[in-house]
Ligand binder design. Structure first.
Ligand code: ATP
Ligand code: MG
Length: 259
């Protein structure tokens, strides 16, 4: 399988905390990988380095065949290389209306080269209505992003990822604040990414969601890759058992589950 992302020997520390300690991670060009692990394991740090938000201390990286220095990567370059990210924390420009959030860095222009606000508002309205079923809510193109609820915010960020048809979609906890129907839409979206021949990294604490949509599991533990296994043949129950073992440091967890 051709590679969409290849990250090798990535290190990242925050003071004494080794957020990533020699991590290597690959994503095939038509693969959906579930990134799992406890709070603070390093999952968000890894995808922020890929998305150009955070600089790595050391390592090498290749995105869609292009070698990138992960110490000098940028958000703009990540987008140009086809990466669209829904971040766990703030993904939207707080003070801007939704339409300008959607098109930041890739505005629609009219024939004189000016930003075509009317067209951007129209497309934003379509996206809000169609993609995540956010109809009936008070979401409008003019709404200031900072006033949205957590769920609405995630919905809008996912809608943006869907609309721009990116080759690599990264979803960091995309469903925590969503209603059941919206969660179904997100999972359907991940399946569509796969069908369309694209790649996805899906991070979630909801193991059954991850199990339902991915091809492979990568478990991160204290800044290191603890396990990398294909879903093929791994049941949800087995996966949960593996996660419990890793979180409890192996023997301890087994002793806990079989008193
Ligand atoms: N900007 C930062 N400054 C200082 N420490 C940070 C920063 N970002 C992350 N860390 C630390 O790095 C480690 C990894 O954090 P990270 O956010 O990658 O974890 P995570 O796996 O995404 O966890 P969660 O599941 O809770 O989102 C944690 O110990 C965290 O406290
Ligand atoms: Mg995180």
């Amino acid at each position: 399988m051709t590679s969409a992302v290849s990250m090798t020997n990535i290190f990242k520390s925050y003071g004494e905390v080794k957020a990533l300690d020699d991590v290597s991670f690959d994503l095939g060009s038509n693969e959906v990988v579930g990134l799992l692990g406890d709070n603070g394991a390093g999952k968000s740090t890894l995808i922020k380095i890929l998305a150009g938000v955070t600089r790595a201390d050391a390592g090498t990286m290749n995105i869609n065949g292009q070698a990138i220095d992960p110490r000098g990567h940028t958000v703009a370059r990540a987008r140009r290389l086809g990466i669209e990210t829904v971040f766990q924390d703030k993904s939207l420009g707080e003070k801007q209306p939704l339409w300008s959030n959607f098109f930041a860095g890739r505005h629609l222009t009219n024939r004189w080269g000016f930003i075509d606000v009317a067209a951007e508002m129209r497309v934003t309205r379509e996206i809000l209505g169609n993609i995540l079923g956010l109809q009936g809510s008070n979401l409008q193109p003019e709404t200031i992003a900072g006033t949205l609820s957590g769920g609405e915010r995630q919905g809008v960020a996912i809608g943006r990822a869907m609309h721009f048809n990116s080759r690599i979609v990264v979803l960091d906890e995309p469903t925590t604040a969503l209603s059941l129907r919206e969660v179904d839409n997100v999972l359907a979206f991940v399946r569509r990414i796969k069908r369309d021949g694209k790649a996805c990294i899906y991070i979630s604490h909801n193991i059954s969601h991850v199990h339902a949509v991915v091809d492979r599991f990568v478990i991160v533990d204290k800044g290191r890759i603890a396990l990398d296994i294909p879903k093929n043949g791994t049941s949800l129950e087995e996966l949960i058992g593996i996660m419990v073992d890793i979180a409890g440091g192996g023997d301890q967890a087994r002793a806990g589950t079989h008193p």
